[in-house]
Ligand binder design. Sequence first.
Ligand code: APR
Length: 247
Amino acid sequence: MEANIQKAVDIILNSKYTIAFTGAGISVESGIPPFRGKDGLWSKYDPNVLDLGNFQLNPIESWKVIKEIFYDFFGAAKPNAAHFVLAKMESMGLVKALITQNIDNLHYEAGSKEVYEFHGNSRMLVCPYCSKKIVAAEIDLTKMPLCNECHAVLKPDFIFFGEGIPEMAYRKSFEAAGKADVVIIIGSTGEVYPAANIPPLAKHKGAKVIEINPEKSLFTETITDIFIQGKASDVMQKLLNGINQKI
Ligand code: APR
């Protein structure tokens, strides 16, 4: 077993409260591109599509693009080995909570239960006026979706730029970070706040930080104790194999 995988396995097996913190990178092998970087979503689409003011001014045009990216494209994606290993580790009692910046539902689809969706989710649509929530899969998105109570334009239940973090996810994420003795960061640049404050908070309280990413991130030189360079699915499978060899 590679030395840093071995170290990570020992740390996880000796931990009382390991949390995972995931970003777009964990879903790359499910076919969902990351946001940033050369092949990132924001090199193809105008990030303005997630600007609340723009959405309110141009809802029909905005919904066409939102449907294409977040429902047609993301909607076809399936969880990969990294999502499944995290769910398995939770069921083994080795991961207590999973904080994700992703809105793609793949952690739930893989079977994780204690998931805090820090940026919301695409599963539901929400009415900005009466707050009614509707399952997106039950709505015909070829037309701009309207609330059947107050007829306002529905919005995906994930946050647009400048919107606040969903209250419950925010509270639970920071609570979990405060309790954690190990954080596994998978596939996040650490560029987006306040999410990027979560691993440093845990580190500050004494947690060990294991990071998995093919590239260095803003976390790597600042808070990471063990950097495992590689793709999420490869590394997570190696971690699980290492764990299984030791228990
Ligand atoms: N396995 C693991 N990590 C990977 C892989 C892979 N196969 N492929 C790429 N990565 C890494 C990249 O090296 C990068 O560090 O995933 C990271 C993706 O970075 P971002 O696209 O910036 O994603 P993230 O940090 O989750 O962005 C945060 O930005 O636009 C917002 O709300 C959006 O939640 C998102 C937030």
